[in-house]
Design a protein around this ligand. Structure first.
Ligand SMILES: NC(=O)c1ccc[n+]([C@@H]2O[C@H](COP(=O)([O-])OP(=O)(O)OC[C@H]3O[C@@H](n4cnc5c(N)ncnc54)[C@H](OP(=O)(O)O)[C@@H]3O)[C@@H](O)[C@H]2O)c1
Length: 286
């Protein structure tokens, strides 16, 4: 199959290029090739290739920066307008659109800790709001026959993407902090699921080539934990002797609020392995 990957040098995109490239003809594009917000350039590239599937990994992911008005405009362009344009193009050219969203579309207040694919989003920060608006654009075109897989995921970790701008994931930041600190403070809240980008790429590839019904899917590694739990596991596996002090979200200044609970339930497809096993694999192959 011909598959286009947008954001193919990002953290998830790089893994998808590897996984899908094994069995398909993959066309990967990133910022260096063209600006995905340039609708004319985007449409002419896609019209030329005529893919069966287009996977969108482009996003504005700076959660705290999104709270600022100017950055929020950038987030809306990438997280709402781009999926809207892609949905329009998918309908026109009849390809399957695969798009990623986040657990941050949910509010995660005390009363509800886990969310199914059908639960109603209610984001508590601007990043979550921009991603939800992107989901809504896709949902709007679903009524007109759009073929799509909207995949929500959370707390990604794995190798840094091929882009020079690619950011290290949480576990790598913790490992590098542990090089020169004897003690770390880590938030012991915000319960959700860590997800290994390689596992997510494999599960996404299976889903998008499976003829499963179109719609919303939750793909995460199993095992809901806080950031603190995750670091305990990381240092257990790496045998690093660092003191980790749990703190509450309120005690770490960040511009954006986070959902306290945003566990994504995967009720539709084969569950992914535990995040502990995935982390072991990642560390062994680093
Ligand atoms: N990271 C997480 O923990 C997490 C959690 C839940 C959901 N998600 C979702 O998962 C998906 C993948 O996330 P990720 O962490 O892999 O993202 P990422 O590493 O930030 O990758 C995004 C890619 O898009 C490219 N890009 C940005 N703006 C562009 C533009 N205007 N034109 C062309 N390319 C552009 C970036 O290029 P540059 O490198 O040049 O900027 C980068 O290669 C996103 O939809 C995200 O919302 C992520």
């Amino acid at each position: 199959m011909k598959i286009i990957i947008l954001g193919g040098q990002g953290n998830l995109g790089s893994q998808l290029v590897k996984v899908l490239g094994q069995d398909h003809e993959v066309f990967s594009f990133d910022r260096d090739d063209f600006n995905a917000l340039d609708k004319g350039a985007l449409f002419s590239v896609v019209e030329e290739i005529r893919p069966e599937i287009l996977v969108n990994c482009v996003a504005y992911n700076a959660v705290d920066k999104c709270e600022d008005k100017e950055s929020y405009a950038d987030a809306l362009a990438l997280n709402r307008d781009l999926p809207a344009n892609l949905a329009e193009l998918a309908l026109k050219l009849d390809f399957v659109l695969v798009h990623y969203s986040t657990d941050y579309v949910f509010s995660g207040l005390e009363t509800k800790r886990e969310f199914s694919e059908d639960d109603t989003p209610n984001p508590v920060n601007k990043y979550g709001e921009s991603k939800f608006l992107g989901e809504r654009e896709i949902g709007r075109q679903a009524g007109r026959g759009l073929k799509y897989y909207l995949i929500r995921t959370s707390k990604l970790f794995g190798p840094k993407g091929d882009s020079p701008q690619a950011k290290p994931s949480f576990f790598d930041i913790m490992l590098s902090l542990a090089q020169d600190k004897k003690e770390l403070t880590v938030v012991n809240e915000e319960l959700s699921c860590f997800t290994y980008t390689l596992d997510l790429a494999v599960s996404s590839a299976r889903l998008m080539t499976s003829r499963a019904p179109f719609g919303i899917y939750h793909l995460v590694n199993e095992g809901a934990v806080t950031w603190y739990d995750g670091v305990l596991e990381l240092f257990k596996q790496t045998k690093l002797n660092v003191i980790i002090r749990p703190i509450r979200s309120e005690n770490l200044y960040r511009a954006a609020r986070r959902p306290k609970f945003s566990v994504l339930q995967n009720n539709k497809v084969k569950k992914m392995r535990s995040y502990q096993d995935a982390l072991k694999d990642y560390l062994n192959n680093k």
